[in-house]
Design a binder for this molecule. Structure first.
Ligand code: DLL
Length: 433
C-alpha cells in the first residue's frame, strides 16, 4: 500500500493546491517587493507592482530570474530576511565564476526536510529503516537534505558522506542499511564493487533514492538488478533549496513536484513563452514558501515535460519527466545536438557498463568526438581482432543514435575515473564559450 509523509498535502484536491498557490504567490511577491531591492527594480523595469499579481494566472507577467542574476547579486543581493534570521547557507558545486549561495531560515530548513521526508516515505521508508546517505555533505545540498528528511521520517540515519567505498560497503553490511541515498553514478559504482566482492547476499537494501545528475531508464534497470532494490529518482537544485523539489513514487513514471512549495512552468528556452503541459521545454520554478531566499520564475535550464495525468499512487501533484538535458550543457557537435545520456543508453543497450567519457575537440575547424569506453576484464583479455569488432559495433550504434560519427576507444578496466559525486562525462576541449 502506498504511504505518504503528509497525505493531506500530497493527495490534496487540485482546487486546494491552486488555492494554496494563489494565496502564497501573492504573499511571496509582496515579501520580495518589500525586502529585496534587486527584485523590486526588476519588477519596476517591467512596470509591475505587487497589485498586478493576484494569483497564478498573473505569474507570466513577472520577469525571469537567471543564474546570472544570482551571480550578480552575490552574496547578499537576493536575501529577503535579515541575516540574523538565517541559520544556514548551502552552495552550488560550480567551479567556474562565482558560486551560488542560498540562505535558509530555520523554517526554510524545516520545509525542505519535509520535502525530502516525502521522498523517503514514497520510496517505502519508515522509522524501522536504516537510511545510508552517501551524497556529499557540506556545502552540497544532497547530504544535508536527505539527512534531515531521514531524521523526520525517523529512520536510523547513517551520515556517510561520499568517498571510501570500502567503508561504505562495510557499513551497508554491518548496520543492515535498507535505503541508499547517493548519485546514480555512485550507486552504479557501489553495485559494481559489491558484485565484484561477491557480497550481494550480505546487503539488505530495498530502495535507493538517486538524483543530482541525469540517469537513464537503462541505468535504473542496471542498478535495480545489481542491488536487488527499487531505484527512485529525486530532483532539486541548490537555488530552490536542494533535493526534494520533486521525487518519484512507486509508479516510477516521473517525479511529483511539491506544488505546495513550488510553482512549475515550462517555457520555450529561446522565446521565454510559456508552453502548455505535455510540451518539452525549460523548467522554471517559483518558490512560494521560502523566507530567506525566495526565487520568482527561476530558469533552471533543465529541459523536461510536465504531466498532469492522475497517478496511480494517489498523489495529486504534477509530475515532471526526468530532465532530458539542459538548455545550456547540451553539446553541439558537427552541428548536431548531443546529450551524454544518449551514449549511456547505447552502451547499456549493448550490455556494457556505462563507464565512458566523451572527448570533444576541434581539428582544422572540424569537430571530432571520441568516446572512451571502459571494458571489463573478460572483454579486455580478448583478441585484438575481437576488440576491434566491439569498437566497430559501438561506433555503428552511436552513429545511428546520434547521427554523427564517433571514434570509439576501448579502455582498460578501471581506467576511467570513478565518481563519488557527479560523474564527469564530457571533456570539451573546444572552448567555445
Ligand atoms: O544536485 C540537488 C540534489 C541533490 C538533487 C541530491 C537530488 C539529489 P545542484 O548541485 O544545484 O543541486 O544541481 C542542480 O542538477 O538543475 C539538474 O540539472 C541536475 N539534477 C538534479 N537532480 C537531477 C535528477 C542538486 N534527478 C542540477 N536528474 C539541476 C537529472 C538532475 N538531473
Amino acid at each position: 500500500m502506498e504511504r505518504y509523509y503528509q497525505p493531506e498535502v500530497e493527495c490534496a484536491s487540485r482546487e486546494q493546491i491552486l488555492a494554496w498557490q494563489n494565496e502564497r504567490l501573492v504573499k511571496q511577491v509582496r515579501h520580495v517587493w518589500d525586502n529585496v531591492p534587486y527584485y523590486r527594480k526588476k519588477m519596476e523595469e517591467k512596470g509591475l507592482t505587487p497589485q498586478d499579481i493576484q494569483g497564478v494566472n498573473d505569474l507570466k507577467k513577472l520577469p525571469f530570474l537567471t543564474k546570472d542574476d544570482l551571480r550578480e547579486a552575490y552574496p547578499y543581493g537576493l536575501l529577503a530576511r535579515p541575516l540574523a534570521d538565517c541559520v544556514r547557507i548551502q552552495s552550488t558545486s560550480g567551479t567556474t565564476g562565482r558560486r551560488v549561495v542560498a540562505f535558509y531560515t530555520q523554517h526554510d530548513i524545516d520545509l525542505w526536510e519535509d520535502c525530502c521526508a516525502r521522498a523517503i516515505v514514497a520510496a517505502g521508508g519508515t522509522r524501522e529503516d536504516v537510511c545510508h546517505v552517501c551524497y556529499g555533505y557540506g556545502l552540497f545540498t544532497g547530504g544535508p537534505g536527505l539527512n534531515g528528511g531521514s531524521h523526520k521520517v525517523g529512520c536510523l540515519t547513517l551520515p556517510m558522506s561520499s568517498g571510501n567505498t570500502e567503508r561504505q560497503i562495510q557499513f551497508l553490511i554491518d548496520l543492515e542499511a535498507t535505503i541508499l541515498c547517493c548519485t546514480p553514478s555512485y550507486a552504479a559504482y557501489l553495485a559494481e564493487s559489491i558484485h565484484e566482492r561477491g557480497l550481494r547476499d550480505k546487503i539488505k537494501l530495498k530502495a535507493g533514492i538517486f538524483g543530482a545528475e541525469a540517469w537513464t531508464e537503462e541505468m535504473r534497470q542496471n542498478i535495480q538488478e545489481k542491488l536487488g532494490i527499487k531505484a527512485y529518482d529525486i530532483y532539486g537544485l541548490t537555488e530552490t533549496s536542494g533535493p526534494g523539489v520533486s521525487f518519484e513514487c512507486s509508479a516510477q513514471t516521473g517525479m511529483h513536484i511539491n506544488e505546495d512549495h513550488f510553482i512549475a512552468e515550462i517555457i520555450d528556452p529561446e522565446t521565454g513563452e510559456v508552453l502548455p503541459d505535455g510540451e518539452k521545454g525549460e523548467l522554471v520554478f517559483t518558490s512560494i514558501t521560502k523566507e530567506a531566499f525566495p526565487l520568482l520564475r527561476y530558469r533552471t535550464r533543465d529541459i523536461c515535460v510536465l504531466n498532469r495525468e492522475p497517478c496511480p499512487c494517489g498523489r495529486t501533484h504534477v509530475k515532471m519527466s526526468k530532465p532530458m538535458g539542459r538548455s545550456d550543457d547540451m553539446l553541439v557537435i558537427k552541428g548536431v545536438n548531443v546529450f551524454p545520456s544518449q551514449i549511456e543508453t547505447v552502451l547499456l543497450n549493448l550490455g556494457m557498463d556505462p563507464n565512458y567519457q566523451m572527448i570533444v575537440e576541434r581539428k582544422n575547424n572540424l569537430d571530432t568526438l571520441e568516446v572512451q569506453v571502459e571494458v571489463n576484464e573478460t572483454l579486455f583479455s580478448d583478441t585484438v581482432r575481437n576488440l576491434e569488432k566491439i569498437e566497430k559495433t559501438i561506433a555503428g550504434a552511436l552513429q545511428s543514435v546520434l547521427g554523427i560519427g564517433a571514434k570509439v576507444t576501448l579502455m582498460e578496466p578501471k581506467s576511467i575515473q570513478r565518481s563519488e559525486g557527479k560523474a564527469k562525462r564530457v571533456i570539451d576541449k573546444r572552448n567555445l564559450f
